[in-house]
Ligand binder design. Structure first.
Ligand SMILES: C[S@@+](CC[C@H](N)C(=O)[O-])C[C@H]1O[C@@H](n2cnc3c(N)ncnc32)[C@H](O)[C@@H]1O
Length: 297
């Protein structure tokens, strides 16, 4: 069969299974099998597949028809212009999280301290901290000035983050550490230097949102990376409690968090409970949804 025939057949099947982007998905899967970019698939409808390629394609199409996310099938996802390895243990980086990276980068320009710690809590594939470190490297920001940390509770997730850091040639610059949120820093308080920027894209889905999510998310992505109690704020509340201990050591701290848009009110209430004097700033993502909250404490 040629690309044109295979695409027509698969798009029909994907539509039947209510896959939202059937053409894009089929083209990406074909490109993966042919080891060619998607653009090649789009402009070479006459290209004949070998029997081996056809069999390989059918296998991965079956996985997609069962709603397995494309990123898990391809084993990678693009984020902030870089490719990141992902597997079933890691959350698939979302485009809206790029906004968090931008928020950190612009915040960095306001920090005058000689030494800065940037800690990415719930690092997953390492997409956030790696994108920030890579950007700073490209801007020739002094590497002695900033210490980078990627924290996660899961060893399996950290293994992928370390791989990604190596792929992007940053393996000595970022320390990946297993810790329950900020526990590591509480136990190693001597690490806390002049200014601390804590970034977190922690699990934040409420029970209601999680259980109504698409099968691609609910059946394949790790629940431990998504769900956070009844209202989605259990992890952030625990982080705030821990941060209070860290604030006994440093008083220069900014916190930049990704949230679910409907949490603007509830997280404001929670922040005020723990940090009544904090300056709070919310930012919207490109879809005009509340996505990032910045705290200056
Ligand atoms: C929403 S995912 C974010 C992953 C990645 N930062 C991203 O933006 O794609 C949340 C991550 O937090 C981690 N996590 C969950 N509970 C944690 C805890 N108590 N301490 C540290 N990490 C935790 C999960 O393993 C998961 O990798």
């Amino acid at each position: 069969m040629n690309i044109n025939q295979i695409l027509a057949d698969s798009i029909e099947k994907l539509k039947e299974k209510k896959i939202i982007t059937p053409q894009l998905d089929a083209e990406l899967l074909l490109g993966f099998i042919l080891k060619k970019p998607r653009e090649y698939v789009m402009i070479h409808p006459e290209h004949q597949l070998t029997k081996l390629q056809e069999t390989g394609y059918k296998k991965i199409l079956q996985r997609r028809l069962k709603h397995e996310p494309i990123a898990y099938i391809l084993g990678q996802k693009e984020f902030y212009g870089l490719n990141f390895k992902v597997n079933k243990h890691t959350l698939i980086p979302r485009p809206e999280t790029e906004h968090l990276v931008d928020a950190v980068i612009s915040n960095l320009q306001l920090v005058n301290s000689k030494k800065i710690i940037i800690a990415d809590i719930g690092t997953g594939s390492g997409n956030i901290i790696i994108s920030i470190a890579k950007n700073n490297e490209q801007q020739s920001m002094s590497s002695n000035k900033i210490k980078y940390f990627g924290i996660d509770i899961s060893e399996k997730v950290l293994a992928i983050a370390k791989k990604n850091s190596k792929i992007h040639k940053l393996n000595n610059k970022i320390k990946f550490i297993k810790s329950d949120l900020l526990k590591y820093f509480i136990d190693h308080c001597s690490l806390i230097t002049d200014h601390c920027i804590i970034i977190a894209n922690l699990p934040y889905l409420s029970k209601k949102i999680y259980f109504s999510a698409m099968p691609d998310v609910k059946n394949f992505e790790p629940k431990s990376a998504l769900l956070s109690g009844m209202d989605g704020l259990d992890h952030y509340e625990k982080l705030f409690k821990q941060l209070k201990k860290i604030l006994l050591i440093t008083d220069h701290c900014s916190l930049i968090l990704e949230i679910s848009p409907e949490q603007k009110k509830s997280i404001t209430k929670l922040i005020k409970k723990y940090f009544p004097n904090a300056h709070i700033e919310f930012q919207k993502d490109l879809a005009q949804k509340w996505r990032v909250v910045k705290l200056f404490i």
